[in-house]
Design a protein. Structure first.
Length: 112
């Protein structure tokens, strides 16, 4: 897992128009920044667009598009186990520790 794992590949020029329209709709419905590259986002919107993803009833995209540093990447399940929601598996302690340090550094950088 790396801090930059959330960076997606550039879209082909013909896809940019479709992505812009899709993202504008997502941003409006979920009250997000109109800039899909805003560093405060914790989702890979380009990958979500390419997969045809849409918001659920809670106005969230599927967890597999979460940035590795997403604040709610690790969640407590009904069985009180901690799960990695992005990769749909039981959380590894090492990943949780590494993520907490990397997210702190990332957020300090974007909120200066």
């Amino acid at each position: 897992m790396g801090v930059l794992d959330f960076i997606s590949k550039p879209l082909a020029p013909e896809e940019n128009a479709g992505f812009s329209e899709w993202y504008s709709d997502i941003a409006e419905r979920s009250n997000l920044s109109l800039d899909p590259e805003d560093p405060r986002h914790y989702y890979d919107y380009k990958a979500a667009y390419e997969a045809g993803a849409d918001l659920d009833e809670g106005k969230h995209l599927p967890s597999r598009f979460k940035h590795d540093l997403h604040p709610n990447r690790f969640v407590i399940g009904k069985d009180l186990e901690i799960y990695d929601s992005k990769y749909e598996r039981k959380a590894e302690l090492e990943d949780m520790i590494l993520q907490s340090f990397q997210r702190k550094e990332y957020e300090e950088g974007i909120f200066k």
